[in-house]
Design a protein around this ligand. Structure first.
Ligand code: GDG
Length: 479
């Protein structure tokens, strides 16, 4: 932050990059949240003396801005009703399923929308207060889509970028949203609207042309006020070196060995790690694997499937129901197919430190990632980064954003159980040479496109959007 409490770079996100923890002596403290976004933004935050605006994850305390390990953090307070309506409601009950191909039915409630507007207004007002003259503000994700336009209204001098971490749906689905035009106009407050894939950017441009009526050409939208908005793909990534170094460390190698020993030293370990979410395709994956065991292709004596499901959004009904479904399915499969000390599926509903994640990636001969729809999927990239010996097979859904870059994965359609079974078998039976050829190519891809590249590419693109396109453009048609 500058001396007068303003910053030249401001990140606006639903969550702060730290979690509240209780230290050993009982005093409250902070721990950096795991995840690529923080890692990616930390260097740019530091070199620009940036500030991060977000919710600290608790509703009960009003908090002053503070500095944690050199990062300026500005906590926003959300009331219990706002958590329910803005976060669990409109963000996770409406937008999340709508943007993921309507894998679950989105709920549309007017009071959720009202709360979404109010919370976005408050975040925009805070950003307007914190941003220095001519500063860059980078708004993150689907919970904050109205912030760009609200902020532009308050502070026309700013450079505003927006990045969407989840897919942006085709017009045919997006137009179900009663507030579709407001969301499009909210995003158009940004100079750059970034998506994981070119397809998402194209969906957005088409919707803007059709629903708002602005002139567009390829990835550029021309606004009547002279501004240009660019919609482009910036596929997010991971800190490749950090994961590789972690995986190479003695303690992770030891732990990976221990994991295999604890499983009875099986010949083959398959692995799935996901947030427990209905978009991740955990059920069809487990079903496909269990049929392969039932049909005698895998034997529980020498093969095991480890499934880690990290607890997520546990107050939302759909997520509770999913957890029950998976519990029941795994229980039935293990009851039918397991033997003493040899479950078909070793299932954990738990979250682990990064070190343990790396050990799991190291311990697994095959990683199975089968979302019905996923913006990117960092787990797939993390597995690749950890396989420094160029071994390990990746089975990957063609509906994960990562499938566009990880072409050498064994790709599957998660809706096609037979196809998935055949591909898992192919991957399990592949010659080591073939596995190595594929893994080497994927490692090169992720190494050369890591998360710092992602942040640099986005911020460079944001800095180079022209302030005025100099064209005469007719006003948008009202609809
Ligand atoms: C959204 C989009 C997009 C998971 N369990 C634990 C843990 N994790 C970490 C993983 C990975 C991250 O969380 C999950 O990222 P994904 O990309 O796989 O999925 P979402 O959470 O749905 O993320 C997604 C992403 O945003 C980024 O733009 O790729 O498409 O849906 O980094 O390692 N980390 C630790 N313990 C766990 O138990 N430490």
């Amino acid at each position: 932050m500058n001396g007068n409490g303003t910053a030249d770079l401001v990140i606006v996100a639903n969550r702060l990059p730290v979690d509240r923890v209780t230290e050993a002596d009982g005093t409250p403290g902070w721990r950096k949240s795991p995840g690529g976004l923080v890692t990616a933004l930390e260097p740019v935050m530091r070199s620009n003396d940036g500030a991060w605006i977000g919710w600290p994850g608790s509703t009960d305390e009003e908090m002053e801005p503070f500095v944690d390990e050199g990062l300026s953090l500005i906590p926003m307070t959300l009331s219990p009703a706002e958590i329910e309506e803005h976060y669990e409601g409109f963000s996770n009950g409406t937008l999340w399923p709508l943007y993921h191909d309507v894998v679950a039915k989105p709920a549309f409630h007017r009071e959720w929308w009202d709360s979404y507007v109010t919370v976005n207004e408050r975040f925009a007002a805070k950003a307007a207060q914190v941003a220095a003259k001519g500063a860059t503000v980078w708004v993150q994700d689907y919970q904050m889509q109205l912030v760009p336009a609200m902020l532009r209204e308050l502070r026309p001098d700013l450079r505003i970028g927006f990045f969407l971490h989840i897919p942006f749906p085709p017009a045919e689905l997006f137009q179900q949203l009663p507030w579709r035009r407001q969301i499009l106009e909210g995003l158009l407050g940004a100079d750059i609207v970034g998506f994981q894939l070119a397809g998402g950017a194209a969906n957005f441009v088409r919707l803007v042309r059709q629903r708002v009526g602005h002139k567009t050409h390829r990835d550029t939208i021309y606004l009547p006020d002279g501004r240009t908005v660019r919609a482009a793909a910036f596929p997010i990534s991971i800190d490749f070196t950090e994961f590789e170094e972690l995986a190479r460390s003695e303690s992770v190698s030891q732990r990976a060995k221990q994991i295999r020993e604890a499983l009875g030293d099986p010949e083959t370990v398959l692995l799935g790690i996901d947030r427990l979410d209905y978009t991740k395709g955990i059920t069809p994956r487990i079903r496909a694997y269990s049929e392969l065991v039932r049909d005698g292709h895998f034997d529980v004596e020498d093969t095991v499937f480890i499934q880690v499901a990290t607890p997520s959004r546990e107050r939302v009904d759909q997520y509770r129901a999913l957890r029950d479904d998976i519990d029941r399915l795994v229980g039935r499969i293990n009851g039918d197919l397991g033997k003493i000390g040899r479950p078909a599926i070793s299932y954990m509903h738990s979250s682990y430190p990064r070190h343990e994640m790396a050990a799991l990636y190291r311990a697994a001969d095959m990683m199975v990632v089968t979302p019905y729809r996923d913006g990117m999927n960092l787990v797939a990239k993390e597995y690749v980064a950890c396989r420094y010996e160029n071994d390990g097979a990746l089975v990957l859904s063609e509906f994960a954003g990562a499938a566009e870059e990880l072409r050498q994965a064994w790709q599957v359609n998660p809706y096609d159980i037979n196809g998935m079974k055949a591909t898992i078998l192919d991957a399990a039976r592949a010659e080591p040479k073939e596995v190595t050829r594929r893994m080497r190519a994927m490692r090169k891809q992720v190494r050369e496109n890591d998360v710092s590249q992602w942040a640099i590419r986005f911020l460079d693109a944001l800095a180079s959007v022209p302030h005025d396109h100099g064209k005469t453009v007719r006003p948008a048609r009202p609809r």
